[in-house]
Design a protein around this ligand. Structure first.
Ligand SMILES: *Cc1c(COP(=O)(O)O)cnc(C)c1O
Length: 411
């Protein structure tokens, strides 16, 4: 594969024009959209509008006139379309961690005779920490965490388990789990299933309804490009909504918030999962960011994501000096998400040296160089340039400079 061929792939790419929807700094190849998506141009416009027209001019009237109050459900519906959820099952609110606390509590309340929450050792730490927090609050006799290796997962699905909590795509390795299969196997044992979509919403087709998933949560600032700390989302299957309840029963999740009654009253629908006042500025920005997906087919996104990653990996393996980078991500397409993770003894320094040269990746302890492939704005030629720079950084031993060994707070 040469540069000319890659240029041609870009010209034929149905998503090529979408790159113009983003602000991307010059001389930068951004392979970290899986951690923080770049800014869509419409976000800046929307932020200006919310600040200078809505908030400053229309003040509190904006809750009605600019439908601020509808934002959690409006943004939730846009996300629903990306994750295979029929309307009225998704809300945009809070952070992924908080949303997980809510749905995890709900799931346990639906399982009064069971207490074990099963997850994987490698799951994203916040997910495990939230289980631990809930367990310390309500006691191990109501919530006990059990962790297994992925190879042991299927045999651990017994009628002793209350909840199965999995990330669709592993944040370290990029491994994609089979949502349909795992959900079915768990439900056959009477287990309720929660999926964390942080690394799959906006990255690949997700079919929550078709897979009959019980609950899901996910992130607004990664592939959805909602900006740093953007609000997250949660999904509760329609069949559970009338029976389910969650403990963070704030006024925004009350049947009639502005009746100001003493007693909490549960609404029939997904509104029950709201807690406090939505962060209007950041939720408006996420709302605008989601419009970039308006006419985008997720199958097209997926096909390009795989093609970009394949191109990168092929180019990388054609460089002898890069043999020390070993791929951790499964090469089988059905088993990987939208990132590649390579092990390297000096992964941190390598990552820092790459960033200095304009190739933005990230490092995950202990030895992983992680690269995200986001088809809305990456080009095939970016794969070429990134591998050329990586090769140069290794050949010249530039990454061994002392400055690249200094650990920063955020990696
Ligand atoms: C990024 C990520 C989160 C983030 O949680 P926040 O509460 O939004 O900070 C949660 N789970 C997974 C799997 C993630 O990758």
């Amino acid at each position: 594969m040469n540069y000319q061929e890659l240029l041609q792939l870009d010209q034929q790419d149905p998503l090529h024009k979408l790159r113009e929807a983003f602000v991307l700094p010059d001389d930068t190849i951004y392979l970290d959209g899986n951690s923080l998506g770049p800014m869509p141009k419409v976000c800046a416009e929307r932020a200006q509008e919310v600040l200078h027209q809505q908030w400053s001019q229309d003040l509190i009237k904006s809750w009605n006139t600019h439908q601020w109050i509808e934002l959690p459900s409006k943004v939730g519906s846009k996300i629903a379309a990306l994750i295979g959820a029929a309307p009225e099952q998704v809300m945009c609110c809070d952070s992924t961690s908080i949303n997980l606390f809510k749905v995890l509590s709900s799931a346990l309340l639906l399982q009064p005779k069971r207490r074990i929450v099963l997850s994987l050792n490698g799951n994203f730490p916040t997910d495990l920490y939230m289980v631990q927090g809930l367990s310390s609050l309500i006691g191990e006799d109501r919530c006990e965490m059990q962790l297994v290796e992925e190879a042991e997962l299927e045999q651990a699905l017994t009628d002793q388990i209350a909840v199965l909590l999995l990330s669709h795509v592993d944040f370290r390795s990029g491994k994609l789990l089979d949502m349909a299969r795992m959900t079915k196997l768990a439900q056959q044992q009477g287990i309720l299933v929660i999926w964390d979509l942080a690394h799959s919403a906006g990255a690949l087709p997700v079919a929550l309804d078709d897979c009959q998933v019980d609950f899901a949560v996910g992130c607004g600032y990664k592939y959805l490009n909602g900006g740093p700390g953007a609000p997250a989302f949660l999904y509760v299957a329609k069949r559970h909504l009338s029976k389910v309840s969650q403990p963070l029963s704030g006024w925004m999740g009350h049947k009639a918030p502005f009746a100001f009654t003493i007693q909490y009253e549960k609404p029939a629908g997904i509104e029950h999962f709201l807690t406090g006042t939505p962060p209007v500025i950041s939720m408006s920005v996420l709302d605008a960011a989601l419009d970039v997906f308006a006419n985008v087919n997720m199958q097209t996104v997926r096909a390009k994501s795989l093609a970009l990653a394949n191109t990168f990996h092929q180019l990388l393996t054609s460089h002898a000096e890069l043999h020390e980078l070993t791929l951790l991500t499964p090469l089988t397409e059905a088993e990987r998400g939208s990132q590649l993770a390579y092990r390297h003894p000096q992964a941190y320094a390598l990552c820092q040296a790459l960033i200095k040269r304009g190739v933005i990746a990230d490092f995950r302890a202990p030895d992983i160089l992680r690269l995200g492939f986001t088809p809305l704005y990456l080009r095939y030629i970016d794969m070429w340039i990134a591998v050329e720079i990586l090769s140069d950084v290794v050949k010249t031993a530039e990454y061994l400079k002392a400055e690249y060994a200094v650990k920063q707070k955020v990696t």
